[in-house]
Write a protein that binds this ligand. Sequence first.
Ligand code: 16G
Length: 260
Amino acid sequence: MTDLSGNLFAVEPRLSPQAGPLYLQLKRWIEDAVQRGLVKPGQALPSERDLASQADVSRVTVRKAVQHLVRDGLLVQRHGSGTFVAQQAPRVEQSLSQLTSFTEDMARRGMSVRSVWLERGLYPPSPEETLTLGLSAGEEVARIARLRLSGDTPLAIERATLASTILPDPEAIENSLYAHLARRNNRPVRAIQRIRAVNLGAEDARLLEVPAGAASLSIERLSYLASGRVIEFTRSMYRGDAYDFVAELRLSGQIQSGTR
Ligand code: 16G
């Protein structure tokens, strides 16, 4: 653990009781120090006692400022070892007009891809899966759930379901589901995606290494084969601090022809 009080205090915390709640002033001062790079992601903050004496405030005030910064995701507390500046996820732009896979999205940006398997196997389908995938009676589904990372930074959790006739061997997937499907001429050619803002539950937040309740994008993708058959139903949780979904919009033909 590195003690960075020297760097952190490069700009003196000048807090004044006239300028609003002291914990908020201290919070802003720490945010500013992180933004300026005086303390870097992964580095430790000075102890509560040192912060209190340098900023000339009570330890209760320091604790409150730190708690708020932990809740905002700027700091992380590790039991027994202290408070650290959180690792920031790289921001990734994903086009909403191209049907690409996670592996392709990352490769295009020169970013490495890694997956941690959370689940994979064949199961009897739920009524929702039977309906969504148009399964026949007695047909099983392949479920695969993965934590997707770039380097050591978790970016998304993806839980996909496919008909077992399409994916009879989920264990055979190496890195990319779409590459696996392409080898069997079953790569989807079209998809409908629904994106919603949600706050992460405790378990997903733990996997994505963000505070419980952090902002996230919940995405459902229904993918189709050229024949029109639904091939994949995936529910994903993308870190809200890591993803920008970008869509190109054009003026509709009707309006355009009426415009001079
Ligand atoms: C994308 C898709 C996901 C698909 C996965 C395949 C979204 C929201 N989701 O992440 O539905 O299963 O790519 O990736 O874009 P892979 O080929 O790298 O396994």
